[in-house]
Write a protein that binds this ligand. Structure first.
Ligand SMILES: Cc1ncc(COP(=O)(O)O)c(C=O)c1O
Length: 371
């Protein structure tokens, strides 16, 4: 098919200059490309142990109902989440993954002439959603290349600033801000600036950091959480925001009526009640993360310690390491799109998957060392 139209010129937002979001390569694609029979994907920070058995049962039970539209209000799920967080259902906004919630918030508050402040190496969706909304993104460099520069972000806030986005822990840099510094930042912000606190990896820091919901204070604070990571429901797409009821009511107007599927609602509700599964798999991932980080440190490859369910490898030949890993059936996430060409992000897999990563990486590093 020949394309004779310059679609970029036609596009309202001139989006061709944006770096698209590059997801981790699917296992089937790698197997096909390399003629392999087995591959391990360590590129998307999923829970390698799968969803809670209670969630799988809830999906099976709900399967016979999928000829019906879901409950568009997510009534039961909102009630359960509200109880969990000590708020009311009006303080909860579920979405098709926290990604949808992030986009809804940005689209609701930022448009042409407005600015959205985020970290230069923050989650890439903030920049994409800001551009899609026709607003201007202000990317503030991290202090040490890894940690949000809250003073710098504050200095970037002006009368055009509608939103600030902070991921804590941050993806992809793995850094974590403490509650006191976050509260000091919130206190210094104008009261009418909306703050997205994206806590997609919250469950991995819960034991040390505690629950920020109900403790951090700012009128425009919206905390986003997901069922995609520790809860093991990435494939179903469900996340949610917690914030001021009036604020969420405005955002809710942009939402499509049935944005969270019937299966996702059933699974999330069941997953919430299976606290044992969550605690066990998080503990397992944290212990595997420690094992991977000590392996990388011993090999002189540890880029930085991470607070998420991923580790960070740093080497001048990171892109060669990535392609060699893929040649041998291990899929990492190169961080070039984040301006970190020397870095790879490796999700913490199951013990077997992590063993595969280690045993695949060792000979690659020997080859690179000898080259
Ligand atoms: C920081 C952060 N926020 C949000 C998301 C989106 O997650 P989901 O849309 O699956 O809830 C991710 C996914 O990787 C993430 O790393």
């Amino acid at each position: 098919m020949t394309n004779t139209v310059d679609w970029n010129r036609r596009s309202v937002r001139q989006s061709a200059h944006l770096h698209p979001y590059i997801p981790g390569k699917p296992v089937e694609q790698l197997l096909r490309e390399k003629g392999l029979t087995k591959a391990v994907k360590l590129a998307s920070n999923e829970n390698p142990y799968g969803p809670a058995p209670a969630a799988i049962k809830a999906i099976r039970d709900a399967a016979a109902e999928v000829h019906r539209y879901p409950n568009g209000d997510c009534t039961q799920l909102k009630k359960a989440l509200a109880e969990r967080h000590g708020v009311t259902p009006a303080n909860i906004l579920p979405g098709n993954g926290s990604n949808e919630v992030l986009e809804l918030i940005i689209r609701s508050f930022a448009g042409a002439g407005d600015e959205v402040v985020y970290a230069a190496r923050g989650f890439i969706v903030y920049a994409l959603a800001t551009t899609a909304a026709g607003a201007t993104g202000i990317a503030v460099a991290e202090k040490d290349g890894l940690t949000h520069d809250l003073d710098g972000m504050l200095a970037a806030v002006n009368e055009r600033t509608k939103l600030v986005c902070i991921a804590n822990p941050n993806n992809p840099t793995g850094s974590l801000l403490g509650e006191a510094e976050l509260q000091a930042f919130l206190d210094a912000l104008p009261r009418d600036v909306v703050v997205i606190l994206d806590e997609a990896y919250f469950e991995y820091v819960q034991a040390v950091a505690g629950d920020s919901i109900g403790r951090l204070n700012h009128p425009g604070l919206i905390t986003c959480r997901t069922f995609s990571k520790a809860y093991g429901l990435a494939g179903l797409r469900i996340g949610y925001a917690v914030g001021d009821a009036d604020l969420l009511a405005l955002i809710n107007r942009f939402r499509e009526p049935f944005n969270v599927s019937l299966l996702a609602q059933a699974a999330a509700l069941a997953a919430l009640s299976d606290t044992r599964w969550l605690a066990d798999t998080v503990a397992e991932s944290l212990s595997e993360r420690a094992r991977l980080e000590s392996f990388l440190a011993d090999a002189g490859l540890l880029g930085a310690a991470s607070h998420g369910n991923f580790v960070l490898l740093r080497h001048a030949k990171a892109s060669r390491i990535a392609s060699e890993l893929e040649n041998h059936g291990v899929i990492p996430r190169p961080l070039g799109p984040y301006g970190m060409p020397d870095w790879l992000r490796i999700s913490v897999g199951s013990p077997d998957e992590n063993d595969s990563f280690i045993s695949t990486l060792n000979p690659i590093m020997t080859d690179i060392g000898e080259a």
